[in-house]
Design a protein around this ligand. Sequence first.
Ligand code: OSB
Ligand code: MG
Length: 361
Amino acid sequence: MSFKISLVKLPFLAPFTTSFGTEAERQALILEFKSEGIRAFGECVTSEGPFYSYEDNQTSLHVMRDHLASVLKKKPTPEDFVMQTEHIRGHNMAKAAVEMLLWDYHSKLAGRPLVRALGPSKGYADVGISLGIDKPEVTLERVAQAVERGYKRVKVKIDRGKEYEIVRSVRDSFPDIPLSADANSCYTLKDLPALKRIDRFGLVYLEQPLEHDDLLDHARLAKELSTPICLDESISSVEKARHAIEIGACKVINIKPGRLGGFTNSLKVAKLARKHGGHVWVGGMLETGIGRSFNVSFASLKLVDYPGDTSPNDKYFARDIVKNPFVMKDGRMRPNAGPGIGVDLDEGFLASSTAESWKIF
Ligand code: OSB
Ligand code: MG
């Protein structure tokens, strides 16, 4: 039995900018667990710094090595892993990386694709694209390409003070596409006039406009806008999702299994939201082909009713660490046939992209 974590560096084709910063490369922690002839994988969605959330690669490495590895050793089911690590506060991204690896492990042990273990699937995921912040003319060009390639929804990242220009110019050129905007928490309720100005562009939703852990102000904002609110950062647990729905803080939830501590909690959030008439979709964290394969399986579930941020990885990387990257056809992507996440690793490229590696046990 062995468990190894590697830091893999993959340069982006173009820097990715959000309201909280710019990333030039993906620094991914890739997990590999071997037991009984099975090789299971995981990917932690943290990055170099604590900007999207308080977790980063260093904190997740510490939590995985010093608090989660001993639980992994017992090879629990994902559900049992969640229970056995409940006493560890927060650190959902670290927990999710190991929890999802266990989904891969147990699916491979049973010789079936990951998606079969998750629940009823449509057999494909509807795919949307997330466009980082750029000059309006660059964004317009990217939107045109995305529409041309058949994406089912386009999301533009917005920043405080520049939201009107970007949303208006995209809407002027593309009056009918399903369009959304993601603020990554750059506004407060004082910005209500600016948010009201983009309310008339028929966005399918406005993603995470306010504080990263707020629910109350989002509920207040929701009453002022006709555009539905989608929460990303704020939904950090099943309980938070329940509170958000209860007080009307959002109608839509961006499910990122990494943010929620894995698939066990993500399934609970998706079921809860749908039961109350809400909508859910699967977000992305600029994952490599390993992380993407987990996301695409989840996004193909019947429970998930909106297109996700699961664009094929040739959008981000010149070369991926898997030999069978996803391809999109008619705005759809089929989950891998397995077993487990069903990725065919490009071992040579993975080795040459690995900056550092830790043998945990
Ligand atoms: O807010 O959804 C977000 C990437 C990094 C951090 C936060 C977010 C994103 C994305 C990227 O939007 C979506 C993708 O992986 O394609
Ligand atoms: Mg977001």
